[in-house]
Write a protein that binds this ligand. Structure first.
Ligand code: NAD
Length: 256
């Protein structure tokens, strides 16, 4: 078991990539604290983990609110006696909009969750991670292929994910000597609620889906479970000499 007796926090854990990762972490022996704004969704995932014999509990947390993120990390450490790994995953999409029409309110909302939420998750995890003897803490941030390749119409989302990559590198440098490793995953098009909502809003959903698949050499969407497996690798000691990287899980898109 790759996370036996480790304590993990997963944000955005009520659905999609966060849910799959919380379940994968629990299968690997972690005690998992699941956080999200969707409390009903959290209850369902915690019940599924318990039914499978895993250990988990949940706490409502809006990651764009610093005090709530600080309280989440303190709750995890108090509940399970410390903190070993955090997956800052919660994120929201920007409805496709030309950049010149993006309002300040929309830009602020996306940056508030995707970028500030990730920053708060890192900031408030570090004091708990460094308390672990031997310092083997890990942080994994959810960036995106959008940090590297885009089709347009998502300026605030792409900016937030590029910045998540940059802050990942800065934290990796700052805490390397304490053996706290900070990495990111950069998923391509993954089959989750986020992309289903994007398709529902499109004027021609079939054309949008075809464009996504054409841009992906492997010719399909990835699954949340495929991303979860990569997060598990970065969160565990299997990746013990890796810090400050963004691992693409994009079906080959950036290679094109
Ligand atoms: P999703 O919509 O299924 O899951 C996102 C979760 O985050 C939801 O449960 C939602 O309730 C939660 N959330 C939203 N705002 C929150 C907030 N303020 N505080 C706490 N929780 C909040 O989508 P997903 O695809 O699983 O997305 C997870 C992450 O993966 C996001 O950061 C997203 O940007 C990233 N990502 C997704 C894809 C993709 O193709 N699906 C690709 C690259 C990156």
């Amino acid at each position: 078991m790759w996370l036996k007796d480790k304590v993990a926090v997963v944000t955005g854990a009520a659905s999609g990539i966060g849910r799959a990762t919380a379940q994968r972490f629990a299968q690997e022996g972690a005690c998992v604290v699941l956080a999200d704004v969707d409390e009903g969704g959290l209850e369902q995932v915690v019940a599924a983990i318990h039914a499978a014999g895993g250990q988990a509990c949940s706490k409502r947390c809006d990651v764009s609110q610093e005090a709530e993120v600080a309280a989440l990390m303190a709750f995890a450490a108090a509940t399970y006696g410390g903190l070993d790994t955090v997956f800052n995953n919660a994120g929201i999409e920007q409805p496709t909009t030309p950049s010149a029409e993006v309002t300040e309110a929309l830009f602020d909302r996306i940056i508030g969750v995707n970028l500030k939420g990730t920053f708060f998750g890192c900031k408030h995890a570090v004091p708990h991670l460094r308390k672990r003897r031997g310092g083997t803490g890990t942080i994994v941030n959810n960036s995106s292929v959008s940090a590297f390749a885009n089709v347009g119409g998502n300026v605030s989302y792409a900016a937030s994910k590029g910045a998540v990559m940059s802050l990942t590198r800065v934290l990796a440098l700052e805490y390397a000597r304490e053996n706290i490793r900070v990495n990111a995953v950069c998923p391509g098009v993954i089959d989750t609620g986020m992309n289903r909502r994007n398709l529902e809003l499109a004027s021609d959903p079939d054309a949008v889906q075809e464009r996504w698949l054409d841009a992906t050499p492997l010719g399909r969407m990835g699954t949340p479970e495929e991303v979860a497996q990569t997060v598990l690798y970065l969160a565990s000691s299997q990746s013990s000499f890796t810090t400050g990287v963004g691992l693409l899980i994009d079906g080959g898109r950036v290679a094109t």
